[in-house]
Design a protein around this ligand. Structure first.
Ligand code: FCB
Length: 456
């Protein structure tokens, strides 16, 4: 099975999940430092203080990437390394760290793909309302300008936001992620200000100029939503979930409007909608050069009229997500559903955009362990990735313009509220010694990259 020439096979990580060194290099505090240090928020009280210690071992990690033959590497910049207090002039030490990383990638012929916001907002901005405050969108554009001026000459792919749904709803609606708010109006305000930040950041980057024909885009986590039972009420529940999880982001970005059904659903319950001002939607829907999609699973949902808003996602939509009994689940408890990815890719082409698409994350957690010989044999991850690669190949045969695929993740890392208990890496990390061991899947993936497609 061959992929097109030049297909960008890579892996992805995020700053807070791997870097550690939270008090070094002039870095300020982020909302994830605060959240992870708040008792009860993260499994076992884990924090990103040390994580994979990547900040101290970029060379070792770059060499590993080169061993795997990666064509691309997606990473994120920690905003508090660049602006420790969220505003004001950039911290040169922070910019230098990422310059060294990018130079190291270039020396190894690995294409850098940079994410500007993967959830580590400077705490100083949170203290002024964070993403519920419109000023944060402006601050984000200012920060973007500093990073772009420093690295635009050598980074060809720029992603403004990673998964605004997660930042908005897990962070502000359901309280499972930093900053831990539980209020739908805050989630809708955060949604709007994140998207506005994206629009302003695009404008800012384009105003700096485009040294190397750089590609600017945004990454959404998209999940097809399905009725769990053959009932009209479940179909409607699935429509509400599709509205909040997918259309609330796709519609403003590609059509310049918020989905009416979702805005009126919340409005009917006394919840303020996105705080839109004149001209915002034009900025938000400015053209992107590509769309990044992170795909993990489908939402299977039931109508649940008695549900009251809680920490359970979609509870405020009177919906109960379920995991189907049949079929394989990952160590996260997520169902393995490769067809959901091809479905979503075809839908994007049919309903939203002709822009090139990159899978900017896909992968699975496995209960990995090093065996007595020190090997980590993750056959489950290999079959998961193989089935998803085949699914996207099918979507490409239906005309989807998919240009690349970043496996989540390069290394095992700090999995947000799950701490270090969930391992997503192609490379195993022994956190006590920081020893890296490529798993069976890493060797297998290197072969996929060499052959430009899975075998057979
Ligand atoms: C995504 C995140 C990424 C990682 C994976 C498992 O939602 O973007 O950081 O945690 O899930």
């Amino acid at each position: 099975m061959q992929f097109p020439e030049g297909f960008l096979w890579g892996t992805a990580t995020a700053s807070y999940q791997i870097e550690g060194a939270v008090n070094e290099g002039g870095r300020g505090t982020s909302i994830w430092d605060t959240f992870s240090h708040t008792p009860g928020k993260v499994y076992r009280g884990d924090t990103g203080d040390i994580a994979c210690d990547h900040y101290h071992r970029p060379e070792e990690d770059l060499d590993l990437m080169a061993d795997l033959g990666l064509k691309a590497y997606r990473f994120s910049v920690a905003w508090p390394r660049i602006q420790p207090d969220g505003s004001g002039p950039p911290n040169q030490e922070g910019l230098d760290f990422y310059r060294r990383l990018v130079d190291g990638l270039r020396q190894r012929d690995i294409v850098p793909m940079l994410t500007l916001y993967h959830w580590d907002l400077p705490q100083a901005l949170e203290d002024r309302g964070g993403w519920t405050n419109r000023d944060t969108s402006e601050r984000f554009a200012e920060y973007t300008g500093f990073v772009y001026e420093a690295l635009a000459d050598t980074v060809p792919f720029w992603i403004t936001l990673n998964e605004p749904w997660v930042a908005s709803w897990l962070g502000h609606g359901y309280g499972l992620h930093a900053p831990g708010k539980q209020d739908a109006a805050s989630a809708l305000a955060a949604t709007h200000h994140l998207l506005l930040g994206h629009g302003l950041a695009l404008e800012r980057m384009r105003s700096v100029g485009n040294p190397g024909d750089n590609q600017l885009g945004v990454t959404l986590n998209l999940h097809p939503a399905l009725a769990a039972r053959d009932r009209d009420a479940d179909e409607e529940a699935a429509r509400r979930v599709d509205g909040q999880a997918n259309r609330l982001y796709l519609d403003p970005l590609f059509r310049g409007e918020y989905p009416e059904d979702i805005v009126s659903y919340y409005g009917g319950r006394g919840v303020d909608g996105p705080p839109v001002r004149d001209g915002d939607l034009e900025k938000i829907s400015g053209p992107v050069d590509f769309l990044g999609i992170n795909y993990y699973f489908r939402h299977h949902v039931r109508d649940a009229p008695d549900e009251t808003p809680s920490q359970i996602p979609f509870s405020d939509l009177a919906v109960r997500p379920i995991v189907p009994h049949a079929g394989e689940k990952t160590a996260m408890g997520w169902p393995v559903e490769p067809d959901g990815l091809s479905e979503m890719l075809v839908r994007l082409k049919d309903e939203y955009t002709d822009a090139p698409i990159y899978v900017t994350e896909n992968g699975r957690a496995v209960h990995d362990y090093a065996d007595p010989n020190g090997d980590v044999k993750d056959e489950e991850r290999i079959s998961y990735l193989d089935s998803h690669f085949r699914a996207v190949h099918g979507a490409m045969e239906q005309g989807v313009d998919l240009r690349g695929y970043m496996v989540w993740s390069f290394l095992d890392n700090f999995e947000w509220a799950e701490g270090y208990s969930k391992r997503f890496g192609l490379v195993y990390v022994d956190y006590a010694t920081q020893k890296r061991t490529p798993k069976s899947s890493a060797r297998w993936y290197a072969g996929v990259i060499r052959r430009n497609g899975p075998d057979g």
